[in-house]
Ligand binder design. Structure first.
Ligand SMILES: NC(=O)N[C@@H](CC(=O)O)C(=O)O
Length: 343
């Protein structure tokens, strides 16, 4: 049995850090584990210009504890009308990607895209400048069952998009279904996907066990066990087109424990330990480094890390709450035991 695991320092290719006091509370949690994180642009208002991304990056860097090296990789929020000139400026400013939120799909997505065809000019500019498209892969058609939104997105949006932009690099973010995982597996070298720790560890029963459990509610929502198994297969397959993205999405505890509870699981506090547990459960600890540390930078065309982290098999209890500005944040698995610990 492996009890110590040393990995090249991993990166988180899908992270929400918010802004202000919330940002200051959560950035140190990610910075302790990860070398880089792809920062989601769904602030209010969203990050839609190169200058806003640079300013946001500075605010994130100011929250990194001194002596810690952590690099925020910035993205812009794709809208129906994002000028091509802004894409050139973004590429120059070191922005790496644009995020497609179908309007209304999730937290702060009301400024999102109403019809993908409206973005084609912007996508052409992205393909030209080598910027990646990151997709929240869910349709918002109210006629579609919430649990089917991802599978329908594959057919209605991904297939035509891939055909129209064959060489645009696309990351299907936070995969949750067998259909999504198989689509990405078979889609060729310009398509990759991130998978969260919570979608590897839990199925939708977690939301309803013994009562409604808002801290397991996120978007895309947890699915059936068959889908969880397909995600574990994809993540542990060794394919270089699946990589780590936590989608850690902090919301104050009182706004999750609410009649209209916010969507998002806060996993950044113990992210790499949660992934280690998922890979350990699958007997695939030898595949963790590829997924967590190699496939992401390779797909983004960025250098791999040169330093390492070490995880030890050791039972410990996750704090139930952590401070979050004036409020509290409840990390996933708070008050429960984890069997891996970052040394
Ligand atoms: N994952 C979530 O449930 N919520 C995210 C948005 C998102 O990534 O969908 C958030 O910003 O809160």
């Amino acid at each position: 049995m492996t009890d110590t695991l040393t990995l090249l320092r991993p990166d988180d290719w899908h992270l929400h850090v918010r802004d202000g006091a919330a940002l200051e509370a959560v950035v140190p949690h990610s910075a302790r584990q990860f070398g880089r994180a792809l920062i989601m642009p769904n602030l209010r208002p969203p990050v839609t210009t190169a200058q806003q991304a640079l300013d946001y990056r500075d605010r994130i860097l100011a929250a990194v504890p001194s002596g810690v090296k952590f690099e925020p990789v910035m993205s812009l929020y794709l809208t129906d009308r994002l000028p091509s000139e802004e894409i050139a400026l973004a590429a120059e400013a070191g922005v790496r990607a644009l995020k497609l939120y179908p309007a209304g799909a999730t937290t702060n997505s009301d400024a999102g895209v109403t019809d993908i065809r409206k973005t084609y000019k912007t996508l052409e500019a992205m393909q030209k400048h080598g910027l990646l498209l990151l997709v929240h892969g869910e349709v918002t058609d109210p006629a579609i069952d919430l649990f089917d939104r991802e599978a329908v997105f594959v057919d209605r949006v991904m297939v035509p998009l891939r055909r129209d932009f064959p060489e645009l690099k696309i990351v299907f973010e936070h995969l949750t279904t067998k259909e999504g995982a198989h689509y990405v597996r078979d889609a060729g070298r310009f398509t990759a996907a991130t998978i969260t720790a919570h979608h590897l560890l839990y199925n939708r029963n977690a939301i309803f066990t013994g009562g409604i459990r808002p801290h397991y509610y996120c978007l895309p929502v947890l699915k059936r066990e068959t889908h969880r198994i397909a995600l574990v297969e994809a993540a542990t397959s060794g394919s270089d087109r699946f990589f780590l993205g936590t989608d850690s999405a902090p919301h104050a505890a009182h706004l999750k424990e609410h009649a209209f509870g916010c969507a998002g699981c806060y996993t950044a506090l113990t992210a790499i330990e949660l992934y280690a547990e998922a890979f350990d459960n699958a007997g695939a600890l030898d595949k963790l480094e590829g997924f967590a540390s190699l496939h992401g930078p390779d797909f983004y065309g960025l250098p791999r890390a040169t330093d390492t982290i070490t995880l030890k098999r050791e039972a410990w209890t996750v704090p139930e709450t952590v401070p979050y500005g004036d409020a509290l944040l409840k990390p996933l698995r708070g008050g429960e035991t984890l069997n891996w610990r970052l040394a």
